[in-house]
Design a protein around this ligand. Structure first.
Ligand code: FAD
Length: 473
């Protein structure tokens, strides 16, 4: 579509997992909807985030395990001809396929896609570069985020990389330093180590995955160390020297205060994301940003009535599934106001019911109340744990490391939170999350028959452990 003076019920700015889901939901509810995208459909998630990174993780995992299994069976593995460029191409193929899929879904749902850079020029009007001015009864902003730039560590995307530069690199460095041990840093470190790159991780906080349960994160750290990934925690990156012959030299300060220098061919800076809220015309409309994020009230509505904000530009967790859920809520609210559709079931995302997932090996996934917070805030709680090595399927498939940990209410046995670390954790956590959301108790999980042998027996046994009746330990 490329006509000036178009008019819609709803205009969505940005076609990432927030924006495209909002647009499809709105159209399902009968709203005449357009989505405006300056880049690729699917946003960061499909093109330079979740999807290509998981494709690389999958290849890394197969590469490592396949080799180990063949060697364990006495086979000699000849790696000559190995070409990371081919692995990389698979990740691009997955991204392209899904991005095209979003185009197909938008078309199927009669959502108009307008290509170009958008800027609000009124509370009901959007200017799209190269297209023209579009009138809308409501606007959903879903412009997402970009890698955070640290002064002195600016990206050149050749030696100093953002996650985007990393995901678009077609070859392997010999040595890589990863700055930041959050999800993106840990996933990248895992992938590169699996392909034989010498990896060092530098983290300012005193441990990897600082937002996750400490005991569970320590299980990941131990496995990283076993695989030869050096982790310097509690370490500050002081300055970066870019070597004239290529490569970098990073000077750090250790917890003890001593300076140390490390060298590598490339540096990945993965220390956070910045919301894309500049040059959108928000301030002119009276939207006051908080640390760059758009403050929202119920149903994701901003300070200006009729303008909604979702996904990475809102100060809820910067995750694709949060963006999509917020998109659905905002779209349903607009349909309620304009078409009399039912009120959305939720007014916003409940942070205690958001799953967090880290896809390195071992995987880690969590939600809800953590033990440390329960202790700090004096919340009555019990903790149950069950190890993978007590689960037949885990032993049979050589996935013995890890555990499930449940934080529960000692009176009602309600499930308040959980962290699973180990194989399949990012899938397994959802049974615990459903139980928590449905207000089930430990007894319900413990008594439900789980197929044997499956990793899901871990969930059943951890619930049993909380009741003092685990069988296989
Ligand atoms: C390496 C990496 C791995 C990740 N892995 C995961 C994961 O495994 N699981 C997970 O849940 N999350 C993951 N994330 C986070 C996830 O990608 C984001 O939370 C998600 O993409 C946010 O969705 P969004 O719709 O808010 O914005 P985005 O996906 O950022 O999309 C915003 C879109 O808006 C467009 N846009 C911006 N400004 C304008 C404008 N003015 N006009 C027109 N268009 C505009 C952009 O081009 C973009 O396409 C990962 C992120 C990275 C970087």
């Amino acid at each position: 579509v490329s006509v000036s003076d178009l008019s819609y019920d709803l205009v969505v700015v940005g076609a990432g997992p927030g924006g495209y889901v909002a647009a499809i939901r709105a159209s399902q509810l009968g709203l005449k909807t357009a989505v405006i995208e300056r880049g690729e459909l699917g946003g960061v998630c499909l093109n330079i985030g979740c999807i290509p990174s998981k494709a690389l993780i999958h290849s890394a995992s197969l590469f490592r395990e396949g080799r180990a299994a063949l060697e364990a069976a006495g086979a000699r593995v000849d790696l000559s001809g190995f070409d990371y460029g081919k692995v990389w191409q698979l990740s691009r193929k997955a991204a392209d396929r899904l991005s095209k899929g979003v185009g197909f879904l938008l078309k199927k749902n009669a959502v108009d896609v307008l290509k170009g850079e958008a800027r609000l020029d009124g509370a009901r009007s959007v200017d799209v570069a190269g297209v023209g001015r579009i009138e809308a009864k409501a606007i959903i902003l879903a412009t997402g985020s970009r890698p955070k730039v640290v002064p002195g560590f600016e990206f050149d995307e050749k030696t100093v990389l953002s996650s985007t530069g990393f995901l678009l690199s077609q070859d392997l460095p010999k040595r890589l330093i990863v700055l930041g041990a959050g999800a993106i840093g840990m996933e990248t470190a895992f992938v590169m180590n699996a392909f034989g790159v010498e990896v060092r991780v530098v983290e300012l906080m005193d441990r990897v995955l600082p937002l996750e349960d400490a005991e569970s994160a320590a299980i990941v750290a131990k496995e990283f160390s076993r695989r030869g990934i050096a982790v310097a925690a509690g370490t500050r990156a002081l300055r970066l020297e870019r070597m004239p012959e290529g490569g970098v030299r990073l000077v750090t300060v250790s917890p003890g205060g001593s300076e140390e220098a490390m060298e590598a061919d490339r540096l990945l800076v993965a220390v956070g994301r910045s919301p894309n809220t500049q040059n959108l015309g928000l301030e002119e409309l009276g939207i006051r940003l908080e640390r760059g994020f758009v403050p929202v009230g119920d149903w994701q509505e901003s300070q200006v009535s009729g303008i909604y904000a979702i996904g990475d530009i809102v100060a809820t967790p910067l995750l694709a599934h949060v963006a999509s859920k917020e998109g659905e809520i905002a779209a349903e609210r607009v349909a309620q106001l304009l078409r009399g559709a039912p009120e959305p079931r939720e007014k916003g995302v409940d942070p205690l019911l958001v799953p967090n997932a880290v896809y390195c090996e071992p995987e880690l996934a969590s939600f809800g109340l953590q033990e440390a917070r329960a202790q700090a805030e004096g919340i009555a709680h019990g903790v149950a744990r069950f190890p993978y090595r007590g689960v037949g399927k885990a032993v049979a498939t050589e996935r013995r490391d890890g555990q499930a940990k449940i934080v529960f209410d000692p009176e009602s046995h309600a499930i308040l939170g959980a962290t699973v670390v180990g194989a399949g954790a990012t899938e397994l956590v959802h049974e615990l999350l459903l139980a928590s959301r449905a207000e089930l108790r430990l007894e319900d999980l413990a008594d439900m028959i789980h197929a044997h042998p499956t990793l899901s027996e871990l969930v059943m046994e951890s619930a049993r452990a909380g009741l003092g009746r685990a069988i296989h330990i």
